[in-house]
Design a binder for this molecule. Structure first.
Ligand SMILES: [Zn+2]
Ligand SMILES: [Zn+2]
Length: 223
């Protein structure tokens, strides 16, 4: 195993970590980089994992979302959106460093139990205009790298950059998702960051018209 280098810091990865890897796929992340990933800490909403304010009893994000959408059955969030994760996602998505898909794939494989409890894994699709500018669909690339089989029953139309709009304006927009292939059973939508959750709730909304029994979401990070 000598000579395996961490995809982030390029240091040689020591052997023992290889044994802990579920599928015995060679690791791509060294222990030092792995230690920079931060677990979700502090007082958080037990449904959407948002950090709750000191005087906040019920999560206002969840109550807002549940006034407009059927609640997601489960939201799985792997890590805090700390500076390290921010940089990692920026390099992958923003700068388009597709090699880093292997890092996210490694984090995903550690969630094997969760993933095995679903019938169908759905990468949150990238809209066509973004696909053209980035050149790859970021979540699909991670799933391909992870070797999990997945399906893509969703298509996403191009739309105005979401950060330019207010929460109200975003809510009034048409649902950008359409279902293009049959899907059934327990489905897990995979996305990179869970922030407002509006996009995944929109995706879930169209899937609810299909023969799905449960909808979960897995995101790598949560602010
Ligand atoms: Zn490293
Ligand atoms: Zn919440």
């Amino acid at each position: 195993m000598a000579g395996l280098k961490c995809l982030i810091c390029f240091e040689v990865i020591k052997e023992p970590l290889f044994l802990s890897n579920y599928f015995s796929v060679p690791p791509v992340l060294c222990e030092a980089c792995r230690s920079l990933l931060q677990e979700l800490e502090g007082r958080r909403c037990t449904h959407c994992w948002r950090k709750l304010l000191a005087d906040e009893a019920d999560c206002t994000d969840c109550s807002f979302m549940h006034r407009h959408f059927t609640p997601l059955d489960t939201i799985h969030v792997l890590y805090d959106y700390n500076d390290f994760m921010k940089e990692l996602i920026h390099c992958y998505k923003g700068r388009g460093d597709v090699r880093l898909a292997a890092v996210f794939a490694e984090l995903l494989r550690a969630q094997h139990k969760t993933i095995a409890s679903y019938d169908c894994i759905i990468p949150l699709p990238t809209s066509e205009d973004k696909l053209n500018s980035r050149g790859f669909s970021q979540i699909e690339a991670i799933l391909e790298e992870s070797r999990y089989s997945f399906c893509q029953p969703l298509k996403m139309a191009g739309r105005t950059k979401q950060s330019m709009l207010t929460k109200r304006e975003r809510l009034q927009q048409e649902n950008p998702f359409t279902v293009i292939a049959p899907v059934e059973g327990r489905v897990l939508i995979v996305d990179d960051i869970y922030t407002t959750g509006l996009t995944v709730h929109r995706a879930a909304e169209v899937l609810r018209h299909e023969n799905v029994s449960a909808i979960g979401v897995l995101a790598f990070a949560r602010p």
